[in-house]
Design a protein around this ligand. Structure first.
Ligand code: SAM
Length: 243
């Protein structure tokens, strides 16, 4: 089995891929991966390309159709399963204790009950299995609204208990690093790492990112685990393990 990722990760996802690669390389076998809210397969298909078996559970039939096409085009249809369903109902869709690695990226912001979903994720992991969670970071959302001149929305986000900018906000909640870690800890998982995803990638002018993507990528990797840089990243990557 090929153990390394076949395509270099860009600065926007590099820190997440670095943690996933560490896991897959360390285990050195074909892993059973579940990607909950995996959408069109941005993570699932590259993982399948490196030999892992990936089940994507997603609420959207359109996203799953795109995933299936993408997997076929990449020649990994046999290693990618698509299940339409709700993250809240994971226990009915995937056997308990079956997954070596679960991805739950950009989903906990929109589900009805994130604690319930995280408990279902924990139950689906086998002992020793790892969970990769990406959530929106409240601090970054406050700063970006303020920097764009939307001080009312920035203030609302700062004060709202769930980190929403108001009723029109497309997300139901945002997290800070301690809240995200506590959510996983409450499900009996051991948090191993909290990283910032896109510390600078959404702040630097597009021209800078295009002119020197390698420099931006190196910065993202260097700053990802370092507060206060980590704490202003657009998203937070929480990596945890089931004891
Ligand atoms: C923002 S996308 C993230 C896609 C992918 N995880 C990524 O990081 O690129 C959120 C995905 O979650 C799916 N989704 C939203 N609510 C869901 C739910 N309750 N259960 C399962 N999937 C859901 C959407 O259909 C969408 O594909």
């Amino acid at each position: 089995m090929e153990r390394t990722h076949t395509r270099p990760a860009g600065p926007r996802t590099a820190v997440v891929w670095a943690a996933l690669r560490e896991e897959t390389d360390r285990r050195g076998a074909s892993l059973v991966v579940v990607d909950v809210g995996g959408g069109t397969g941005g993570f699932a298909v590259p993982l399948a390309e490196t030999g892992h078996r990936v089940t994507v559970v997603d609420a959207s039939p359109d996203a799953l159709a795109a995933l299936t096409r993408r997997a076929a085009e990449a020649g990994v249809a046999g290693r990618v399963a698509a299940i339409q369903g709700d993250g809240d109902r994971l226990a009915e869709l995937v056997p308990a204790g079956s997954a070596d690695l679960i991805l739950c990226h950009s989903l906990l912001e929109v589900v009805d009950d994130p604690a319930e979903v995280v408990h279902a994720l924990a139950a689906t992991l086998r002992p020793g299995g790892a969970l990769s969670v990406v959530v929106a970071n409240r601090a970054a959302a406050v700063l970006s609204r303020a920097m764009n001149g939307h001080l009312d929305a920035a203030g609302a986000l700062l004060r709202d208990p769930d980190g929403r900018a108001g009723p029109g906000d497309k997300l139901r909640r945002r997290f800070d690093p301690a809240e995200a870690a506590a959510l996983l800890g409450a499900a009996g998982l051991t948090v191993e790492k909290i990283q910032g995803v896109r510390v600078l990638a959404d702040l630097v002018p597009g021209g800078v990112a295009d002119a020197d993507p390698d420099a931006l990528l190196a910065f993202e990797l260097a700053a990802a685990e370092l507060p206060p840089y980590r704490d202003i990243a657009t998203a937070l990557h929480v990596y945890a393990r089931k004891p």
